[in-house]
Design a protein around this ligand. Structure first.
Ligand code: 2PG
Ligand code: MG
Length: 429
């Protein structure tokens, strides 16, 4: 018997945070040890990411995963039978070749990523280790700095405002637990502020407050006030991070800011964002321009890249080749790392490695459709990614991740300590 050989792969339909079906995979090894993982799902997706296999038709709004589950229990299980779970690259290679398409659409990115992550969990379990330690060892393991949403928007909030994520980063916190404490206070203060102003209307997809604002910039004004109301100094203790998700409202260099009733070109959007960087304590900005606007991204990075983190999400889709090319071109200075954009863990890791090689930042990220699965927290720690984005500070598909990080922190030699400020682009100026 070889303890780490795969004996069984079992797919089942489970449900995500939007009440949509998704794929869970359980991998069993020769020794009887098991690993399990669930695929998340995006709403604002990049056109270059691995695509989920969905059933279409009327049931569940077309989001059924019957075909993806059948792929797991059929072709994927047969192919992986006897493969060595402790050789993740070889297992992922089997999955990639078996699918055979550039976008993983035949077997489904959802089927592949759940399988790939379940293999890693099984291998870690066989080694008797938590996944973070199995991936990275003890010596340099450190918790990531959390990036936490306060207001949702864009595709996650019925396009009530155009900008997608208004987030905070506790740039002054000494450790992870303190970063969560401060964020909890800001989230609470933001809710109270919304209520006092007659704007409290529930939460968006990732648990941030529903954005009842008169314009995009008003969300920033409210966010600064919430930070102050909670007793912190904006830009020192707690800073602002945005995901503009500009691919959702821009194409061909034209952008429609519906909430502001404004149409702008690439230069106009850059100018608006530069104005925000002047007026608000913003340290990080994701997808400032659309995925089809590389010239705009290069121009924005040239202007703002020295003082702020510029993250590529839709533009880079967790793809190592794209990260390397963007680094050469001078577009962005950080990558968002979403395992299901790549489709396997090996490809996800390659994108992170490409970012590190370029001297870039990296933010491991959840999707807007999530579950209780906490794999990404282990990846962020085990791979040393230094930053983690999970959505807001409410709802258990989000809190499960923050809580898992607290547990991991207790086991680390670095305890809950966060990377030094100099590890981040905004700490270098
Ligand atoms: C993003 C993510 C998370 P989605 O754009 O970064 O906020 O959203 O999963 O819908 O792509
Ligand atoms: Mg994004």
């Amino acid at each position: 018997m070889n303890a780490t050989l795969i004996r069984n792969v079992n797919g089942r339909k489970v449900w995500d945070s939007r009440g949509r079906p998704t794929v869970e995979v359980e991998v069993s090894l020769d020794s009887g040890v098991r690993g399990r993982a669930i695929a998340p799902a995006g709403a604002s997706t990049g056109s270059g990411e691995a695509v989920d296999l969905r059933d279409g038709g009327k049931a569940f709004g077309g989001y059924g995963v019957g075909r993806a589950i059948a792929a797991v229990n059929g072709e994927i299980a047969a192919e992986l039978n006897g493969a060595d779970a402790s050789n993740q690259p070889a297992c992922d290679r089997l999955l990639i070749d078996l699918d055979g398409t550039p976008d993983k659409g035949r077997l489904g990115g959802n089927a592949l990523i759940a399988t790939s992550m379940a293999i890693a969990h099984a291998a870690a379990a066989a080694a008797g280790q938590p996944l973070w330690r199995y991936l990275g060892g003890d010596e340099n393991a450190i918790l990531p700095l959390p990036e936490i949403q306060i207001f949702g928007g864009g595709a996650h909030a019925g396009r009530r405002v155009d900008i997608q994520d208004f987030m905070v980063i506790a740039t002054g916190a000494a450790d992870f637990a303190q970063a969560l404490d401060w964020t909890a206070e800001v989230y609470l203060a933001a809710g109270a502020l919304m209520e006092r102003n007659g704007r409290l209307a529930g939460v968006a997809d990732e648990g941030g407050y529903w954005p009842v604002f008169d314009g995009n910039e008003q969300a920033l004004e409210f966010l600064v006030r919430a930070i102050e109301d909670a007793g912190y100094t904006p830009g020192k203790d707690v800073s602002i991070s945005l995901d503009v998700a500009a691919s959702e409202f821009g194409r061909g260099g034209r952008y429609r800011l519906a909430r502001d009733e404004r149409d702008v070109d690439s230069d106009g959007l850059c100018e608006m964002l530069m104005g925000w960087l002047e007026r608000y304590p913003i340290v990080s900005i994701e997808d400032p321009l659309a995925e089809d606007d590389p010239d705009g991204l290069i121009a924005f990075t040239r202007t703002a890249g020295m003082r702020v983190q510029i993250i590529g999400d839709d533009y880079l889709v967790t793809n190592a080749g794209r990260v390397a090319a963007a680094a050469r071109d001078g577009a962005c200075n950080a990558v968002l790392v979403k395992p299901n954009q790549a489709g396997t863990l090996t490809e996800t890791r390659a994108a992170l490695d490409a970012a590190v090689a370029a001297g870039w930042g990296a933010v491991v990220s959840a999707r807007s459709g999530e579950t209780e699965d906490v794999t990404i927290v282990h990846l962020a720690v085990g791979w040393g990614a230094r930053q983690l984005k999970v959505g807001s500070f409410a709802r258990s598909e989000r809190m499960a991740k923050w809580n898992e990080a607290l547990r991991i922190g207790e086991a680390l030699l670095s305890q809950g300590r966060l990377p030094p400020a100099s590890a981040f682009p905004w700490g270098q100026v």
